[in-house]
Write a protein that binds this ligand. Structure first.
Ligand SMILES: Cc1cc2nc3c(=O)[nH]c(=O)nc-3n(C[C@H](O)[C@H](O)[C@H](O)COP(=O)(O)OP(=O)(O)OC[C@H]3O[C@@H](n4cnc5c(N)ncnc54)[C@H](O)[C@@H]3O)c2cc1C
Length: 419
C-alpha cells in the first residue's frame, strides 16, 4: 500500500521495507478535453491557486499547464526571503495574510517546506533612512505586524562582524521583523503541487500554452503544444512571461520584463542567523541550511526575457557584499543564475479580471513574489471562484495605472526598473 501521508510512521514503515512504497508526489497528468479552470503557469502562484481552488473553493476540475517542469521558473530561482514589512495600506494586510499562511503551511500541506522564521533585518545608514524605517515600522505595528527599530548597539550585538567602521556607509541601526525569514523555495512548489494533486487537480508539465480561444469576448480555452484544452475560466500565473502570454489574448499589460540574478557560495560554518539587507546599496543575504551564502542585489537594468544575467551586476552585487561584510571576501562562489521579473509600473502586483470574460491575471510581482505565494494563490483562487477580489487584494487592480490609484511602496514613480 503506497504512502500518501508523510509522518513518523510512514517514514519508519518505509525504512523497514526499503523505501519501496512511496508514491510520486504528484501524477503526470495528460490533458482532458475540458476543465472548469485552467491555470497557465506551474510556478508557486499557479500551483497555490489550484490548491486553494480545490481545497477552499470546492473546484477540483482544474488543470495547471506548465511549459517546463514544476519549479523551473522563478519559484525555484529566488533567494527564498519571506517577510511582511510593508508600509502602504494596500500592501500590509495582503503580505501579512501571506505571512500567516506561511506560518501554517507545512501542517496544511503535510510537507516540509523548511519555513524558518529567522528574522529579517533591514539596515539603515543615515538619519533620513532611520526616519523612513521608523515610519514603516509604525505602520506595520498599527496593522498588527511585528516590527522593532534597533539602534547600532543592538544590531552590533546581533551581527558583530558587519563593517561598522565603513566611513561611507556607517551602520546606524536596523528595522527587524522577527517573524520574517526564509522558506525552501522549490519545496513550496513541490508541496503545493502534491497538495493540489491530492485534491484532484491535473498538473500538466512540458506543455506550452500557445494561444487562447476567445469568442465574443469570452474565453473558451487554451491552445497548447498538445492541442486545445477547453475551460470555462482561465487564470494566467506566468510571472516573467506574463506580458508575452497575455499578448496572445490581445492584451497589452503595464509590465516590463527584467533579469534578476542570485548567487550561492560553497558551504561554510553557520555565521548568519537571519536575513540581512544592506540599506546603502542593494544587497541581501542569508545562509542556507547547507551552509551556502545565498545573496542577490539589483536587476540587470534592461528589458530581457533571458534567464541568465550579466557580469557588471555580478561585480556590483559583490561590491555591496564586501562593503557590508568584508569577511565573506575569501568565500568561493559556487553558482549564479537569473530569472525574469515582471516589473509593474508601481512595483505592486496585479490580481484582477482582464477585459476578456473568464480570463484572469496574476502578475506584476517584480522581485518580491515568492513571499506572496500563499496569499497570491489564495486571492487568485478567490477571484476566479467568486468573480470578486479577495478583501486583502482589492488594491491590485489592473486599471489602477489608468485611474491613478497606484500602490507605489517605494515612491519611485512609473520606473519599473527601480521598484
Ligand atoms: C534571482 C531571484 C531572486 C528572488 N528573490 C526573491 C525573494 O527573496 N523573495 C521574494 O519574495 N521574491 C523573490 N523573487 C521573486 C519571486 O521568485 C517571483 O516573484 C515569484 O516566484 C513569481 O511567481 P511564480 O512562482 O508563480 O513564478 P514562476 O515560478 O516563474 O512561474 C511561472 C511559470 O509560468 C510558466 N509559463 C510561462 N509561459 C508559459 C506558457 N506559455 N505556457 C505554460 N507555462 C508558461 C513558466 O515556465 C513558469 O514556470 C526572486 C526572483 C528571482 C529570479
Amino acid at each position: 500500500m503506497p504512502s500518501d501521508r508523510y509522518s513518523i510512521f510512514s517514514v519508519l514503515t518505509e525504512a523497514l521495507r526499503g523505501q519501496t512504497g512511496w508514491k510520486p508526489a504528484w501524477r503526470k497528468a495528460t490533458p482532458k478535453p475540458n476543465y472548469d479552470v485552467v491555470i497557465v503557469g506551474g510556478g508557486g502562484h499557479g500551483l497555490a491557486a489550484a490548491y486553494y481552488l480545490a481545497k477552499r473553493y470546492g473546484l477540483s476540475n482544474v488543470a495547471v499547464i506548465e511549459k517546463g517542469w514544476i519549479g523551473s521558473g522563478n519559484v525555484g530561482r529566488n533567494t527564498t526571503i519571506v517577510r511582511s514589512n510593508y508600509m502602504l495600506p494596500g500592501n500590509i494586510p495582503f503580505y501579512e495574510t501571506s505571512m500567516k499562511l506561511w506560518e501554517g503551511l507545512e501542517q496544511d500541506l503535510n510537507y516540509n517546506a523548511m519555513v524558518s522564521q529567522r528574522g529579517v533585518l533591514n539596515l539603515y545608514h543615515s538619519d533620513g533612512q532611520r526616519d523612513a524605517y521608523a515610519r514603516r515600522g509604525n505602520a506595520m505595528r498599527m496593522h498588527g505586524v511585528d516590527a522593532e527599530l534597533l539602534d547600532r548597539d543592538a544590531v552590533q550585538r546581533m551581527y558583530p562582524w558587519l563593517n561598522y567602521d565603513n566611513a561611507r556607509f556607517p551602520i546606524k541601526g536596523g528595522l527587524l521583523q522577527r517573524r520574517g525569514g526564509t522558506v525552501r523555495h522549490d519545496a513550496v512548489a513541490w508541496g503545493y503541487a502534491r497538495g493540489a494533486d491530492q485534491h484532484g487537480v491535473d498538473i500538466i508539465e512540458n506543455t506550452e500554452v500557445t494561444g487562447f480561444r476567445i469568442t465574443n469576448g469570452s474565453i473558451e480555452g487554451v491552445e497548447t503544444s498538445r492541442g486545445f484544452v477547453g475551460a470555462r475560466k482561465v487564470g494566467l500565473a506566468c510571472a516573467g512571461n506574463s506580458s508575452r502570454v497575455a499578448s496572445m489574448a490581445g492584451l497589452n499589460l503595464p509590465l516590463e520584463s527584467h533579469v534578476l540574478q542570485a548567487f550561492v557560495t560553497e558551504g561554510i560554518k553557520p555565521f548568519i542567523d537571519g536575513v540581512v539587507t544592506f540599506g546603502a546599496g542593494h544587497f541581501y543575504i542569508s545562509q542556507s541550511d547547507k551552509g551556502g551564502l545565498v545573496f542577490g542585489g539589483d536587476l540587470d537594468g534592461y528589458n530581457s526575457y533571458a534567464q541568465r544575467g550579466n557580469l557588471p551586476v555580478v561585480e556590483d552585487v559583490i561590491e555591496g557584499g564586501m562593503a557590508l561584510m568584508p569577511r565573506i571576501g575569501r568565500v568561493r562562489l559556487l553558482r549564479s543564475w537569473g530569472g525574469i521579473m515582471d516589473m509593474s509600473m508601481d512595483g505592486s502586483p496585479i490580481i484582477d479580471h482582464t477585459p476578456i470574460s473568464g480570463l484572469y491575471l496574476n502578475g506584476g510581482w517584480c522581485y518580491g513574489g515568492f513571499k506572496a505565494t500563499p496569499a497570491a494563490g489564495l486571492c487568485f483562487a478567490h477571484l476566479i471562484a467568486r468573480d470578486e477580489p479577495h478583501a486583502v487584494a482589492r488594491a491590485y487592480r489592473l486599471d489602477r495605472f489608468r485611474t491613478g490609484h497606484m500602490v507605489d511602496e517605494k515612491g519611485m514613480g512609473n520606473q519599473p526598473n527601480l521598484h
